[in-house]
Each structure stands twice: as structure tokens, then as C-alpha cells.
Design a binder for this molecule. Structure first.
Ligand code: CA
Ligand code: ZN
Length: 303
């Protein structure tokens, strides 16, 4: 098992990032991830406009994976997301979030975590830890991508299905993939309505392996029951178009049918879910049930 300490961070997924660790195909790596504020916010009195904004959204890494080449996928098995702190941070900032114009007070709420649940407003809300920022070096044409934005390389996708037990497939665009992650949320709903999840540092354990010669436009996530195409774009409509387009193309190949027939099938069985609406690009996922096509079939359709 190999470790990357949380002090090794990048603030941009750049095509030419310098790796801090090299691992073999199939290695298990533990990442010390920082929260999106780099732990600068510790109490309700910590005012967001007084923290160092150069240190927002750090991603731990990057890690060079031997054998990963442009045109492959990096397979990331998420084995554990251990939240080792006893509080998380949330915030409301005027001009940010899905209801940005109604915010009158910029507030921070540090929320205690007790026995696996967040205690807030008299409620106990069970933790469902997830990874907000996770990605690889983008293509020369797409990069550099600041860590606050999602795109084809992954990045700030803020998708709560990126959790323990899920497997993320990221399009490799540079030699070694150059993988990094950060910005874990102990809890977050679809949309990330107010602009933050329950922001926490965490210890994240993943297995990194290479799927050869499989080209995807967008990250693909496998959960126990579903396969998701995660796309990001300036509007929800465009993000929907991109994720559904890739899903329909894959279904047409898997089922060996007309594109239009696959489009009809998508209308019947594919869910379009909002991941987040608060980052520089909007993120949507097209969700294909495994009862219709397995993740392996969808990946094989990309070969
Ligand atoms: Ca985020
Ligand atoms: Zn976050």
C-alpha cells in the first residue's frame, strides 16, 4: 500500500503536472485529502472572506500510474472514504449557490459529527461520504482545468455516487494519467444547493488500474446497480445532451440496434440526474440500469 500525504496538492489539473508518486497498474493508494477550504475554517466565526482564497479546492496528488496512456481509461475502485474528524464545515455565500439572490447573510456553520451522523438543527443525519474533486490530467487542448471546475477529465464533479463501493473510469489523456483527488463531503444532496456539502478532510483508499484502449468522452461511474455517464457543461441542458448522447451511443452498440431505437430505450429506462448546479460548469449524469446493459458492455462499446 502506498500513501500520498495531504501536503502534496495541486489547484489545477494541468496537462503537464509533476507526479509526486509513481505506482504500478493495480496498486492500492491511500490519499490524505483536505477539505475544500484546506482546513482554514474551524468555527462559525471564521469568516470566508478572510481566508486565503489561493488555497481553495486542493487536490492531493498527482499520482503517475505506470502503463496508462492516452486512449485508455483509469479505473478507480473507491475502497474507503474514512472521515476521521469530529466536525464538518458548511457555508452560505451571497452570490453563490442555486438561490444566490436571496442570500442576505454570509454564514459558516461548523457541524458536529457524532457516531457516524451529523448533528444539525436538532437532526441526526447519517454520513454518506463522497469525493467532490477527482480526476486526471486533461488533454493539451482542454487544460489546464482549475480544481474548482468539472469537465472531461473529472475534477469538481460533486457527484454523491462517487463513494465507497463505486468504481470511476476516467479518460486518460496524458502518459501516466496523473490522478488526484480532494474535497470530500460527509453528506451532500443532488445539486449541492447552497454551494457547499458537509466539507471534511478524509483518508481515501483507492485501487488504480488501467483499462487499455477504451476511449470515453466523459467519466463513467459504476455503482452496485447502475452505470452513469457524468458530463459537465455551461448549462444543465448542454450537460444533459452530452451525457445522454454518450449513453445512447453506447446502448445502440451494446444492443446492436438503430441509434433512434436506442434513443427511445433511453427515454424509457435512463434517468437523467443533476449532480451539481453550483460550480463553474453544471454536472449531470445519465444513469443506465445494469439490468439493461452492464458496465462491462458499455465499456466494451467504447473500444
Ligand atoms: Ca466541490
Ligand atoms: Zn466541497
Amino acid at each position: 500500500m502506498k500513501f500520498v500525504e495531504g501536503k502534496h496538492v495541486v489547484y489545477s489539473f494541468a496537462p503537464d503536472m509533476q507526479a509526486v508518486l509513481t505506482v504500478d497498474d493495480g496498486d492500492i493508494v491511500v490519499f490524505g485529502s483536505n477539505d475544500c477550504f484546506f482546513q482554514q475554517v474551524q468555527s462559525n466565526n471564521d469568516v470566508l472572506d478572510r481566508i486565503d482564497h489561493e488555497r481553495l479546492n486542493p487536490a492531493t496528488g498527482p499520482v503517475f500510474v505506470k502503463g496508462a496512456k492516452p486512449g485508455d481509461l483509469l479505473k478507480v475502485d473507491i475502497m474507503a472514504i474514512d472521515v476521521l474528524v469530529d466536525q464538518g464545515v458548511t457555508a452560505v455565500v451571497a452570490g453563490e449557490g442555486s438561490v444566490k439572490d436571496e442570500v442576505e447573510h454570509n454564514i459558516v456553520r461548523v457541524i458536529p459529527i457524532v457516531d457516524g451522523a451529523a448533528e444539525y438543527l436538532g437532526l441526526r443525519i447519517p454520513l454518506k461520504p463522497m469525493i467532490g474533486v477527482i480526476g486526471v490530467a486533461p488533454s493539451d487542448a482542454d487544460g489546464p482545468c482549475p480544481t474548482n471546475t468539472p469537465y472531461k477529465h473529472g475534477g469538481n464533479m460533486d457527484t454523491h455516487d462517487i463513494r465507497k463501493g463505486s468504481t470511476l473510469y476516467l479518460p486518460v489523456r496524458q502518459e501516466g494519467a496523473l490522478f488526484a483527488l480532494g474535497d470530500c463531503h460527509a453528506i451532500m444532496g443532488d445539486g449541492e444547493a447552497c454551494f457547499t456539502g458537509l466539507e471534511v478532510p478524509a483518508q481515501v483508499t483507492v485501487r488504480l488500474s488501467v483499462v487499455k484502449d477504451t476511449v470515453s468522452n466523459w467519466p463513467i461511474l459504476e455503482t452496485e446497480t447502475e452505470t452513469m455517464i457524468i458530463a459537465s457543461a455551461p448549462t444543465l441542458e448542454e450537460a444533459t445532451q452530452k451525457s445522454v448522447s454518450q449513453a445512447v451511443g453506447a446502448l445502440a452498440k451494446v444492443l446492436n440496434c438503430m441509434w433512434e431505437e436506442a434513443y427511445i430505450l433511453a427515454s424509457l429506462v435512463v434517468d437523467v440526474r443533476i449532480s451539481q448546479v453550483v460550480d463553474p460548469l453544471m454536472t449531470v449524469r445519465a444513469v443506465v440500469p445494469k439490468t439493461i446493459a452492464t458496465t462491462e458492455q458499455i465499456l466494451n462499446a467504447l473500444k
